[in-house]
Ligand binder design. Structure first.
Ligand code: PEP
Ligand code: MG
Length: 753
């Protein structure tokens, strides 16, 4: 587009004027083809629009025969035009008829033309049509011309997407966006949510496509890319990684892409053709998306996905909207849509307005899933393509029973879900009716059902659920939430509020469990190759005893005159537990010295989360006052299977006989030492798993509050003695799961699981 050509910018301006003219859609398209042909010094310019999902119809042409308009149709994949649509790539040919895909359409009269340049009309990665120029002479279109035609196609895409070309005869495929959609995922938190979509990281709709000044736009773009790079560097070096919900490897990939010269160059080139900085980003993003949709290699898809995310972020930087939706006004029935997020980010939202959460990633034991369960938000994860498929404000149903997601549901689907919500409410009422029923099995075994909590706002669940107490209070939630390090007094205030709300029911506090995917925003944390196996929990506490000391002091003050139970996470060897105990003892002396009242009693426990403890059970149980199995971590380490990795979810079954044997061994050891034992991982909250735990001898389990009802309903109907007889011989089985057998037992004995 050099030399005798007026250049793409002038054309873009004229196209913009043409688009604003108050004429009919057909007339406008006709005019556009004339303008493009003249500007490109082409004898032909044609616009094909995709109809019915698989047919490209000639909508307007300058140069081909008039009678072909709305008559010439090609299937996607058929002819040159169909090939461009299916590949979403330009075709630049000196001799069109030599191309194997060339399909002759006599009504068009195109045999007179030799050279051919066609580009897909893309919007958000969707192909809406094809834009073609042709010349009689055999010539090669330059790189710049290809680039310019792609930019023009972007403008045409805006027109096509606004439904204009098809307005006269029934619209185009842009209506697809409004069609109902059904996607499947994995349940992360139970519940049914009906509401409206809120994009966690809002999508930016670029409306101003054509720039007034290339230099200004280029500078804006350069600044945007600079701040994008600075942001990634900052994220990678500060502790913000988890808070932003991005895993380090994703960020590393981002960094690679953000510094990729090709990417930045392509955007700059698009801006140089006369687009605004935003439109330039969108142009390049659209190409990448189109490639992503056709990419079958999962690794490449992932990278293109990252590139897409990065482009979105750059767009947000350019328009100055870099915060998540948590900072904006939420509808009353918000369903948050995100690729992934950290636990703290979910906590940033006003929980009273959240009806659901849908993630593209996320495993059932990830901390965001745990927080979602704590807040009682219906959550489905691993829903591929959800961010792309949904627009802010779309009606969405999250089915946290089946793992389904309905976007823009039809009226009958929606009303079926309204019924389902009512049904659940009735069932909840039944569970609520059980709240004062003692937790005793049908053969008279008493079982303690505790809840897990981590926020003061969750404390009312204790009374509502009728649980025996709090089996795991995750103190780190306060830290994950705070913008600055919570001082001792602030910690004390929270612990006192928790004990007050528990009103005499036992509470087991867990000392700070940070590290892994729980990173405190204000704590600098060096990069670790394997954070789950790294410097976390008690390891950090023992290396930085001031942290643990402040926490212990806060707990001792808050529990003055009351019972205090404290357990330490991620103990790997008994010596660590002993050192932690020594810190508590020292703080007790400190308390005495200043004449502060002591707690009435103090119990110190260890969590069994690291398999190495399996060979130290006797010594541990000798020293600890109680133990609690953190099965989420214990299983991730036993299986060497990342609990937050969606790909690993479901790879090994919790009800594997080897797992149950391991857990039974802990029961036996605790029994021998007469020490209280609880299990507080997610498996305790699933009725079938909870049933298995009772079968191998657990009499105390701790779970998300919403699970108390279903687990108690199971317990009331369960004959534990019978189950034990049934289960014991199966424990030596070589099968990979006893799920089927346990389910069959439950069915035969009418135990609701
Ligand atoms: C566990 O690991 O099972 C546990 C209860 O702790 P968290 O889920 O907080 O790591
Ligand atoms: Mg744990």
């Amino acid at each position: 587009m050099r030399g005798n050509l007026p250049g793409p910018r002038a054309l873009l301006r004229r196209l913009r004027e043409a688009m604003a003219e108050p004429v009919g859609a057909q007339q406008r398209l006709d005019k556009i083809t004339v303008l493009i042909a003249a500007n490109m010094v082409a004898e032909v310019c044609s616009i094909y629009v995709l109809r019915g999902g698989d047919t490209l119809e000639l909508f307007a042409t300058e140069g081909l025969k008039r009678e072909a308009v709305h008559a010439t149709r090609l299937k996607v994949g058929e002819g040159l035009v169909g090939t461009i649509a299916s590949e979403a790539e330009p075709l630049n040919l000196t001799e069109a008829q030599d191309h194997p895909a060339f399909a002759y359409r006599p009504e068009t009269g195109e045999e007179a033309y030799h050279s051919f340049l066609g580009v897909p009309i893309l919007r958000g990665g969707d192909t809406l049509g094809v834009l073609v120029v042709q010349n009689r002479a055999r010539r090669i279109y330059s790189e710049e011309e290809v680039e310019a035609l792609q930019t023009i196609a972007m403008l045409v895409a805006e027109m096509v997407a606004s439904g204009e070309p098809g307005a006269e005869d029934g619209g185009t495929d842009s209506e697809d966006a409004a069609k109902p959609l059904h996607l499947d995922g994995v349940v992360l938190s139970e519940g049914i949510g009906l509401g409206h979509a809120v994009m966690h990281e809002p999508k930016i709709v670029v409306t101003n496509l054509i720039s007034d000044d290339i230099d200004t736009e280029t500078q804006r773009l350069n600044e945007g890319i600079e701040s994008l790079r600075a942001w990634i560097d900052r994220m990678l070096t500060s502790g913000d990684v988890a808070r932003a919900g991005d895993h380090r490897d994703v960020l590393e990939a981002y960094r690679m892409l953000a510094y990729d010269r090709g990417w930045a160059r392509r955007i700059r080139e698009a801006v140089a053709t006369g687009l605004t900085a935003e439109a330039g980003v969108e142009r390049v993003q659209s190409d990448a998306r189109a490639r992503m949709m056709r990419q079958t290699d999962p690794y490449m898809r992932e990278r293109l996905h990252d590139l897409d995310d990065l482009s979105n972020r750059l767009l947000r930087i350019l328009v100055g909207r870099t915060v998540t939706a948590a900072a904006s006004e939420l509808p009353r029935d918000a369903i948050i849509i995100a690729r992934n997020m950290g636990p703290a980010e979910l906590l940033d939202y006003d929980g009273t307005r959240l009806r659901g959460l849908i993630l593209e990633e996320g495993g059932p034991s990830s901390h965001v899933a745990i927080v979602a369960r704590a807040l009682g938000i219906a959550t489905v994860g691993q829903v591929e393509g959800i961010v792309e498929a949904v627009e802010a404000g779309d009606a969405v149903v999250v089915d946290g029973e089946s793992g389904e997601v309905h976007v823009r549901p039809l009226a009958d689907v929606e009303s079926a879900y309204v019924d389902k919500v009512r049904f659940r409410a009735r069932r909840q009422a039944q569970y609520k009716a059980l709240q004062d029923t003692p937790a005793v099995s049908s053969d008279g075994e008493e079982v303690s059902l505790f809840i897990n909590a981590g926020l003061v706002v969750e404390m009312p669940h204790l009374t509502e659920s009728g649980a025996a107490g709090i089996g795991l209070y995750r103190t780190e939630f306060q830290f994950l939430l705070a913008a600055t390090f919570p001082r001792m007094r602030e910690q004390e205030k929270v612990y006192r509020a928790v004990l007050d709300a528990a009103d005499g029911k036992p509470v087991v506090f867990r000392s700070l469990d940070v590290g892994g995917d729980k990173v405190m925003p204000f704590l600098r944390h060096a990069h670790e190759e394997n954070p789950a196996l790294g410097w976390r929990a008690i390891r950090m506490a023992l290396d930085r005893p001031a942290l643990l000391r402040a926490q212990v002091r806060a707990l001792l003050h808050a529990a003055a005159g009351r019972e205090l139970s404290l357990m330490f996470p991620m103990v790997s060897e008994v010596g660590e537990f002993q050192r932690a105990r020594a810190i508590v003892d020292r703080e007790l002396k400190h308390l005495d010295r200043f004449g502060h009242p002591r707690p009435r009693s103090i119990r110190l426990g260890a969590m069994i989360e690291v398999p190495s403890l399996m060979w130290q059970l006797d010594s541990l149980l000798d020293k600890a006052d109680f133990v609690s199995v953190g099965s989420n971590d214990l299983l991730q380490f036993t299986w060497a299977c990342d609990r937050s990795n969606a790909r690993m979810a479901g790879r090994f079954d919790t009800l594997n006989p080897a797992v149950l044997r391991m857990l039974a061994q802990i029961v036996e050891a605790a029994g021998k030492h007469g020490k209280p034992l609880t299990l507080c991982g997610e498996m305790a909250g699933r009725p079938l798993e909870a049933m298995a735990l009772l079968g191998i001898g657990f009499r105390s389990i701790s779970m998300a509050p919403a699970s108390i009802g279903p687990v108690k309903a199971m317990l009331l109907k369960l004959d534990i003695g019978k189950l034990k007889d049934f289960l014991t011989p199966l424990l030596t089985s070589e099968s990979s799961s006893l799920r089927g057998e346990l389910r069959e037992f439950a069915r035969q004995h009418k135990v609701p699981v």
